[in-house]
Design a protein around this ligand. Structure first.
Ligand code: CDP
Ligand code: MG
Length: 172
């Protein structure tokens, strides 16, 4: 099975309830390893851009209000079959219909406030990871933006030195 990346978000409802670390534990238990993490808050405009595919739908205003209502955490996850594995872990869009044990059933409320986001295709992993992380940031973390959405390399590429960091990493 191929090692893949996916882009996950802990949404404002779950961050606000203090569920972030429980969600990360469930990710880890499923074999999904966070390899890039950012806590931030989306503006209404940024939420509209992130969810542009839903422009014009009846839930778009509510969705973008909700997604800009408080802090979120964005994570790049690495793991075998990560995109589908994480969609399975999230469960159905509507938290009320999500299967027992899924993140949305455990931490969400309804079809809108559903705790988590996950990319649904390699193309969207690339777009959504690029939304939260610059190519340089990902490269410093040893991730190649061009490989995101494709299979991860068997061995991690050597990360370039971060600005101000020693040219050669310390040996352990
Ligand atoms: O997140 P997912 O891919 O499962 O669902 P989506 O159809 O791509 O919808 C994106 C997000 O819009 C959902 O996760 C919900 O937060 C929100 N939504 C909503 O508020 N009302 C709906 N009827 C459908 C989706
Ligand atoms: Mg979707």
């Amino acid at each position: 099975m191929a090692i893949e990346y996916t882009l996950a978000m802990v949404k404002p409802d779950a961050v606000g309830k203090g569920s972030t670390w429980h969600i990360i534990q469930d990710m880890a238990s499923s074999g999904l390893k966070p390899v890039a993490v950012r806590m931030t808050r989306l503006s209404k405009e940024q939420a509209k851009i992130f969810y542009a595919v839903h422009t014009g739908k009846k839930f778009f205003e509510g969705l973008t209000d909700f997604m800009s209502s408080g802090p979120i955490m964005a994570l790049v996850l690495e793991g075998e079959n990560a995109i589908h594995k994480y969609r399975d872990l999230m469960g159905a869009t509507d938290s009320k219909k999500a299967a027992p044990g899924t993140l949305r059933q455990k931490f969400g409320t309804d079809v809108s406030q559903n705790a988590v986001h996950g990319s649904d295709s390699p193309e969207n992993v690339r777009r959504e990871a690029g939304f939260f992380f610059s190519g340089t940031e990902l490269a410093i973390l040893g991730l190649n933006i061009d490989a995101i959405g494709a299979s991860a390399p068997a061995t991690a590429p050597t990360a370039p030195a971060a600005p101000g960091a020693p040219a050669t990493p310390a040996k352990h």
